[in-house]
Ligand binder design. Sequence first.
Ligand SMILES: Cc1cc2nc3c(=O)[nH]c(=O)nc-3n(C[C@H](O)[C@H](O)[C@H](O)COP(=O)(O)OP(=O)(O)OC[C@H]3O[C@@H](n4cnc5c(N)ncnc54)[C@H](O)[C@@H]3O)c2cc1C
Length: 543
Amino acid sequence: MNTYDYIIVGAGAAGTVIASRLTLELNQNKEIPLNILLIEAGNENRTKDMDGNMAAQNPMKLWGDKTLTFNDCVVARSTCQPPRSYPVGKCVGGGSAINGMGAIRGHPEDFKEWQTLTLDEAWNWKNMLNAYKKIECDPLCNNDNHDTKNEIHGNNKNRIPIHRIDVEDWGPVAKAMKIGSEETLGFKFNFDLNSPDSTGVSPFPMNMKKDEKGNLIRVSTNDAYLDPIRNDTTLRNKLTVQPNTLVNRIVFNDDNNRAIGVEVIRKKNNDNNNNNNIGSDDDETTTIILYATNEIILTSGALYSPAILQRSGVGPKDILNKFNIPVIKECNIGKGLQDHPVINGKIILKDFYDVSKRHANALSRFTSNIGGTCFNDLYFVSVEQGNDPRAQQKEEKEDGDNIDDNFPVGYIDVMLMKCNSRGSVEIQSTDPNISPNVNENMLDDELDKARMRYGIRKLVELFRSPAIETIARKSTSSPLSTDENDKANESMIELGRGNDGFGLTLLEVENMSDVELDEWMVQTLSDGIHICSSCKFYFYLYI
Ligand SMILES: Cc1cc2nc3c(=O)[nH]c(=O)nc-3n(C[C@H](O)[C@H](O)[C@H](O)COP(=O)(O)OP(=O)(O)OC[C@H]3O[C@@H](n4cnc5c(N)ncnc54)[C@H](O)[C@@H]3O)c2cc1C
């Protein structure tokens, strides 16, 4: 079958939700037969079918997994950094199958801004709060033990379960970040991060639940939105999910004013739409056009949606001309890309942490108040993580057991929200198998730089707190520094990317001028892996 009512391109976080909602809502009119197609470049991937180790609460193992991510995806974080590997989910569930599971709501002010920008009343906070309540099952909804307003949480058992790890079960870095934030920086503790006026230190709300064995596991959008359709005998035939199918381009009608189909490359034995073919050894592919009578919905993510549009002739003229692609519509598709810049703060720890446990348990949020920017524009994120590959000294425990080749490390990173800097996505070939060129251009904007500087100076203050001193290793071995004069304590903490030669001690950062700090930040910054905003249509494409 080659014609559907709707074709959704990309079964990631957005595509799976839209497919499920369309199927449920359109099925209410049972008179009309319904055929929806959800296309995905990667494999089928449900948490219940994943290896237990992979389904666990520390997703960092998944980020280099070649079966779940785009293998050739590299991104330049700023203008003076070379492109580096960037994990983007390529499977049913997309980013929701591999991401950090932080289930964090937007602020009411953000939606107010959308309301103003779009002149659309629908974005008002009352509507958005109702939407948030409908998509979550948060235990705080029925829990009077915490200081939160129950009416702001939802209890929809069929959707995304929200889980928070209690403070006593946090790792040492999260605990020290909490105490240092409270005692040294004067931040408050607030159990409910998703309460609209909450700020300060909070447990990370996560889209997780306990499985039958009591292990915490991810709930991806594939699990929460597609499984209920698959399990419903009246709905399952209305939605076809087609993995291992790569969309090359959108096909337009002769007048170039309506999208009518998609050109796809898929395995030959997928041609009968039989999902049981997934995983077949027959890798021979075929290129065909699939048609949609109603709509084509593009949900291929912030890097691959603009790439598909550009290959289809929708985008900046210079890019289309470069590849001799006939121009269907000249527009800024691919411009406007955003991410959250991050500066890493690494601590060499006294004690090892079981890295199979949840890696990030807590956030500490604060507001710079610089340039009238948003509430909670800065986050500290604590990460209990593996070991420092540069610290080669073997460490002996008192019992003489050699427990690891490396020192244990943890991180407290600072991350900037609601940035003004904008990057870009550009195809580098007309071959859909090749990922686009991506320049994030982070910290290009002066206000972003000023707010990040504020965040870094606060992070240094936190690192100087007695709470951090209690978890940092005290030693004369100074694994992070080659400077013999460096104080041992000083060298237990490093800001920036040490492996690339940009790692600095607290003292070095404190002695830097704003200009020096700006230059260093752009060279060493990392990212929040939160790409978005690359497909902005200012008006409808066709009027
Ligand atoms: C490592 C990581 C950690 C993150 N942590 C968090 C977090 O803790 N909390 C949070 O809220 N957000 C987090 N995010 C961001 C969040 O996952 C994304 O914002 C979200 O997944 C975006 O949804 P999407 O549907 O736009 O794109 P995606 O989820 O990326 O889905 C796009 C889908 O389209 C498919 N596709 C692409 N090109 C084609 C093509 N040509 N043909 C067919 N299919 C195609 C892809 O394979 C993919 O499945 C994280 C992201 C990553 C990668």
